[in-house]
Design a protein around this ligand. Structure first.
Ligand code: NAD
Length: 356
């Protein structure tokens, strides 16, 4: 099995090193090949998603991705900025289903900004459609308005659109994920205001006929944002579009205390996937050896489960992560008085030891 390793920028290489270390300790014979991406891709080959990196990603059975982005590239034209690499990979590989579990380990209940009784034991899964919606809809740009209240003025515009096929396939993914959990699915939309999301609601309701064992409810996105901080444990699986999912999944991330704990998977129709931590490249702490590698290590576990057919190895990693947390080991982002502060590499080593 071939894994493409794309460390990227900022803390990407530091956290990926830990995940690779853990994968190597499993006793499996994976072939791993590393390639530059993001700012590192631009520096090496003049493009955030170099041709050779894309080819490697296409050939691999799964991709383990660090993070991209660095302030030194912020003045480049948009098409050459590091973040274009991740958008390009999603599009080229057809990675339309983004899984973002938000789990609050009881040991970290104090790290959340919410009261422990609201979040302790939280275990929700947000499924975000990843290749459609207003993020990719055309036309888009800046033009002179020819109608509305500001004719003759410059205006920025984007297009929100979803094809029936796109909604159906993400709905199927979500219902099937719910079947493997508590069999409850909340579809989040803005059907009261947006035509696109009334259509979304109609299609999800239709797909539901094929999954009578799953309880479906619909919720407007503003209410969903409110409920996520009011009573997050009442959700099981949430499914939503690209933009709403972007926002809600980051809000859900913070329920768990640190974005450094949250893995993610982006899957195509055949369960080939790209696995990455939910956070970015954290340039503010890059090179200091203090980044939390657990989101990346847990992403590697998701990769074993979803793309590489090794659920027992995924379980081993997840159990090892729980063990190091119960041993009181913490990187700076989740540190509390009474626990032991460790570096990025020390956390990786501890997970590796806990595998045994
Ligand atoms: P960020 O997630 O990189 O950082 C937000 C905050 O969280 C920072 O204070 C950072 O130090 C902290 N943080 C993040 N990951 C951490 C970890 N593992 N351990 C400890 N602390 C951690 O978001 P940002 O600052 O908005 O963006 C920085 C760069 O990352 C930008 O260039 C942005 O475009 C990029 N980005 C990339 C991705 C991706 O690669 N998929 C996603 C989001 C942002």
């Amino acid at each position: 099995m071939k894994i493409a390793i794309l460390p990227g920028d900022g803390i990407g290489p530091e956290i990926i090193d830990q995940a690779v270390k853990v994968l190597n300790a499993l006793g499996e014979s994976f072939s791993m090949e590393t390639a530059p991406v993001g700012g590192a891709g631009y520096a090496a080959h003049g493009h955030p998603l170099p041709e050779a990196t894309l080819t490697l990603a296409k050939q691999a059975d799964a991709i383990l991705f660090g993070a991209v982005g660095d302030w030194q590239y912020d003045t480049l034209e948009r098409a050459l900025r590091p973040e274009q690499a991740i958008l390009g990979l999603r599009q080229h590989l057809g990675l339309f289903a983004n899984f973002r579990p938000a789990i609050l380990y009881p040991e970290l209940a104090g790290a959340s900004t919410l009261k422990p009784e609201i979040v302790s034991g939280l275990d929700i899964l947000i499924i975000r459609e990843l290749t459609g919606d207003i993020y990719f809809g055309k036309p888009r740009g800046v033009r002179i308005a020819t109608d509305g209240a500001f004719i003759g003025d410059r205006e920025g515009f984007d297009t929100m659109r979803y094809a029936e096929t796109e909604i159906r396939r993400i709905a199927h993914v979500a219902f099937q994920a719910a079947q493997k959990r508590d069999k409850r699915l909340t579809s989040v939309d803005k059907a009261n205001v947006l035509e696109t999301f009334q259509f979304w609601r109609d299609i999800v309701t239709d797909v539901h006929k094929e999954y009578p064992d799953v309880a479906l409810d619909h919720m407007y996105v503003d209410n969903a944002a409110m409920q996520l901080v009011r009573a997050p444990k009442k959700f099981d699986v949430m499914v939503t579009g690209n933009m709403f999912g972007d926002i809600l999944s980051d809000a859900a991330a913070m329920l768990t205390g640190s974005i450094g704990m949250l893995p993610s998977a982006s899957l195509d129709a055949n369960n080939k996937g790209l696995y990455e931590p939910s956070h970015g490249s954290a340039p503010d702490i890059a090179g200091k050896g203090i980044a939390n590698p657990l989101a990346t290590i847990l992403s590697a576990a998701m990769m074993l489960r979803f793309s590489l057919g090794k659920p027992e190895q995924a379980d081993r990693i997840e159990t090892a992560v729980k063990k190091v947390l119960s041993q009181g080991l913490r990187t700076a982002d989740i540190y509390e008085a009474g626990t032991t502060k460790v570096s990025t590499a020390e956390m990786g080593d501890a997970v590796m030891r806990a595998l045994a």
